[in-house]
Design a protein around this ligand. Structure first.
Ligand SMILES: Cc1cc2nc3c(=O)[nH]c(=O)nc-3n(C[C@H](O)[C@H](O)[C@H](O)COP(=O)(O)OP(=O)(O)OC[C@H]3O[C@@H](n4cnc5c(N)ncnc54)[C@H](O)[C@@H]3O)c2cc1C
Length: 412
């Protein structure tokens, strides 16, 4: 039986970064990555942006060139899916019964797209956006598609909508809530992006429910709860992910909506860490709320912390969250987590398409959403990390750069 000192399950952002960081930390033990996709690690954000638009080739979104992994003595076991974990024997197993032993296991398996459960959800022409293969399948069909219905007005749905408009497709976005981005952003940002998409010709429908997907073998539309039928030759479902944690939970790990980890990303199983999208942790930038964070920052920084710990320097995960999204010519950059905000300030003019929304909780800055406003994003980070207090007037005053506020000209 093969055995690795560190075995990483998942060859996505966090798994790849964990292996890279282990070698950077001079860890000399054996390291392997098991990934159920056949490709070597690649960046996922471009899948709903420039890769989908055909503007970036796959080679340009690979996390490292293929030769890198062998050069660092990182064994790549791609196209293999771990089905179970035996925490006592320190082994993982595949469906064919093959087993691999580990000294320490890093579970970096991300999540799989949440599927619709209604009639028609299995029809041809119904897509999700998580893996390269998902996007390749969509791109291969696009020539025969005039109209696309996107179910879900979150980041992935909206980014896909922007790309599809650029490609000349008619697009309908179907969102169950009364605003887009409802789960992740405040109302101003939602209304701004809603208006932008409408201005670009997207038919944005809010507060709608999906009854079924229609078609005979291939999808031909979406039947809404109110009886309206939206014709579409392609349906994209972007309604979140289900964390890929079943093998760990079956092995006895604590968890539910994610696998529970402590500040060092340790699960309740001995010698088993979990990182990235699947790891439910108490995030100090959300007041200690237990949550999963789905972002490249979270994946990379958790990976870095675990790699350091394994290499001998026990390191807690404590990084200010950041995120970005590109839609049309808009670059949204977010720092901090706005969950639980009780007040906010709009800095700048949304009509000028360059502004920031600053979120406050008990008077302290907890997050910023910056649209075409990189300066605020860069300078606002200090406000979030230090949890500083300012008046709303100070924050809204665009004549005062945020760095001057954090430099101490205002009271804390
Ligand atoms: C289309 C899209 C756009 C995004 N855009 C942004 C963005 O703009 N900015 C941002 O910050 N974040 C973005 N994200 C989120 C970001 O990509 C994720 O947060 C990040 O990929 C999480 O990394 P991860 O390692 O946890 O999971 P993943 O990158 O998903 O990697 C997990 C890997 O594990 C594999 N796996 C799962 N189960 C098993 C198993 N049992 N055995 C073996 N392998 C397994 C999976 O197939 C996958 O390859 C985007 C995500 C998507 C899908």
């Amino acid at each position: 039986m093969q055995h690795y000192d560190v075995l990483i399950v998942g060859g996505g952002h966090s798994g790849a970064q964990a292996a890279i960081a282990l070698r950077q930390a001079k860890f000399e033990g054996s390291v392997a990555i098991i990934g159920d996709e056949t490709e070597y690690p690649y960046e996922r954000p471009p899948l709903s942006k420039d890769y989908f638009a055909g503007d970036k080739a796959f080679e340009r979104i690979m996390i490292r060139p293929p030769a890198f992994w062998a050069e660092r003595s990182i064994t790549m076991l791609m196209g293999k899916r771990v089905e179970s974990v035996d925490p006592v024997a320190h082994q993982v197993a595949f469906s064919d019964g093959e087993q691999i032993g580990y000294g320490q296991l890093i579970w970096a398996a991300g999540g799989s797209p949440r599927r619709l459960m209604c009639d028609g959800s299995q029809l041809a022409g119904v897509h999700v956006v998580r893996n390269k293969s998902d996007v390749d399948a969509m791109m291969a069909e696009l020539d025969d598609v005039a109209r696309v219905a996107i179910i879900g007005g979150g980041y992935i749905g909206l980014e896909a909508a922007a790309v599809l408009r650029k490609l000349g497709k008619e697009v309908v976005v179907l969102e169950a809530m009364d605003r887009v981005l409802a789960r992740v952003a405040g109302e101003e940002l939602s209304r701004f992006f809603e208006a932008e998409h409408r201005a670009h010709g997207v038919d944005v429908r809010l507060g709608v429910t999906v009854e079924s997907l229609t078609g005979d073998h291939h999808v031909d539309g979406v039947l809404l709860g109110d009886g309206e039928h939206i014709a579409a030759q392609m349906v994209i479902v972007g309604i979140g992910i289900v964390p890929a944690i079943a093998p760990l939970l079956n092995a006895g790990a604590a968890g539910g909506a994610g696998v529970d980890v402590d500040e060092y990303c340790r699960t309740s199983l001995p010698d088993v860490f979990a990182i990235g999208d699947c790891a439910a942790h108490a995030n100090s930038f959300a007041g200690g709320v237990i949550m999963r964070v789905e972002s490249v920052q979270n994946a990379n920084d958790m990976a870095n912390a675990v790699a350091k710990s394994i290499a001998g320097e026990l390191t807690a995960y404590h990084s200010v969250p950041w995120f970005w999204s590109n839609q049309y010519d808009l670059r949204l950059q977010t720092v901090g987590l706005s969950v639980g905000y009780d007040d906010h300030v709009v800095r700048g003019d949304p009509a000028a398409r360059s502004f920031s929304v600053i979120y406050l909780k008990a008077g302290r800055v907890i997050a910023l959403d910056c649209v075409n406003m990189t300066k605020d994003y860069v300078q606002g980070k200090a406000l979030v990390t230090e949890g500083l207090r300012f008046t709303k007037e100070q924050l809204a005053d665009t004549t005062i750069p945020l760095k001057e506020l954090s430099a101490g000209t205002a009271s804390n």
